[in-house]
Design a protein around this ligand. Structure first.
Ligand code: MRU
Length: 351
């Protein structure tokens, strides 16, 4: 089942509401870009590749619903829509990448407004299909790193839900399982929104992969006890030097892995690489509502003092030196990232 689908007859986009999983599997319909921007902001849809495809459909819907009768007026409406979508969340570069691609595609159509509308709906569909194909290719490359009997720590949710289907890091794990490798997953619960405990655990259950949920700080102990062989997580934006912005806690996990000589891999499509940013410190880090951290209940009671304050950074940056490799659809990139990525892309000297 895809996380994001398009209904051609009704001209609406449908998405799984990821805020209420696993208690309820509910599909929401969207017929305008403003609501899609809000859905990205409040995390109905989340995960870098899924956000990118949702934004692409947002642009397609902006074109479909626009009353513009001239090419210029439609392009102006798409500019407005792109600005609104771009403000939804700051870290995952796939959002900006998708909006830009849709705007460039619209500009490239010489024909009528209706021809632009058709082209954008078609391109959003192609981007959705490509996401699934890319994920499966990454999964093949990544699964080769997993050995029979491995126990893997996984952070956040990087599965079918974080993409259109199949997933990035979790897709690698799923592929290894489908290749009949016996694996076990330690699922970081991923405070504060619990993408691991809610979404990754739910997905692993669908795939029949054995797992235990662990608290976010537990992986160091598991590693010291010799219970962990690999670490896999995704990426929301990768700087040109291979520094990886990903869900808060990824850096601590990679540090613990490095200290214990355990290989840690980040899995992402090339569209998550931002070659314009030289290093990870330049990646904008989203800070969300403190209430996400504070609204924690135990035994039916809110645990934090009434006047407590909190900081809620949604992502952190893992320096490239802590990673053993970067799994992409072009293969597993080994250090040094930039040189080997460019070689894989066959665009040496492009920077
Ligand atoms: O805040 P989220 O849930 O959108 O964060 C998602 C992640 O950090 C994922 O690990 C990342 O997008 C890569 S998943 C394909």
């Amino acid at each position: 089942m895809r996380t994001i689908t398009w209904d051609d007859e009704k001209q609406v986009m449908q998405m799984i509401d990821q805020r209420i999983l696993p208690q309820e599997l509910k599909i929401l319909s969207y017929d305008n870009y403003q609501d899609i921007a809000e859905a990205i902001r409040v995390m109905v849809v989340r995960g870098a590749p899924a956000i990118g495809v949702a934004a692409a459909y947002g642009m397609a819907l902006a074109a479909v619903r626009s009353k513009a009768t001239t090419r210029e007026a439609l392009l102006a409406d798409l500019q407005t829509a792109g600005e609104a979508l771009n403000q939804a969340r700051p870290t995952a570069v796939n959002l900006f990448w998708a909006v830009k691609r849709m705007q460039q595609a619209a500009q490239a159509v010489e024909g009528s407004p209706d021809e632009i509308r058709e082209a954008l709906v078609r391109l959003a569909g192609e981007m959705a299909d490509k996401d699934v194909a890319t994920n499966k290719r990454m999964a093949e490359y990544g699964a080769a790193l997993i050995e029979d009997g491995d126990t893997i720590v996984h952070h956040c949710n990087t599965g079918a839900l974080a993409t259109v289907d199949w997933g990035t890091a979790l897709g690698v794990i799923r592929m290894a399982h489908e290749q009949s490798k016996k694996i076990h997953v330690f699922v970081d619960e991923t405070r504060p929104r619990l993408q691991g405990a809610r979404l990754t655990a739910w997905e692993l259950e669908q795939y029949g992969i054995p797992y235990d949920i662990i608290t976010d700080g537990a992986s160091g102990l598991m590693m010291r006890k010799g219970l962990v062989q690999k670490v896999f997580f995704g990426a929301d934006r990768v700087a040109a030097n291979g520094d990886v912005a990903n869900k808060i806690g990824s850096y601590m996990l990679a540090l613990a892995a490095y200290d214990n000589g355990i290989p840690a891999y980040s899995v992402f499509p090339i569209s998550t690489v931002d070659l314009e940013l030289e290093r990870g410190d330049l990646i904008p880090i989203e800070e969300r509502d403190p209430e996400e951290v504070l609204a924690l209940s135990l035994m039916g009671h809110r645990v934090t003092p009434e006047k407590a304050s909190a900081r809620n950074f949604a992502f952190d940056v893992t320096p490239n030196r802590l990673l053993s490799g970067w799994v992409t659809e072009k293969g597993v990139i080994k250090p040094p990232f930039k040189e080997n990525l460019l070689a894989a892309l066959e665009v040496e000297g492009a920077l």
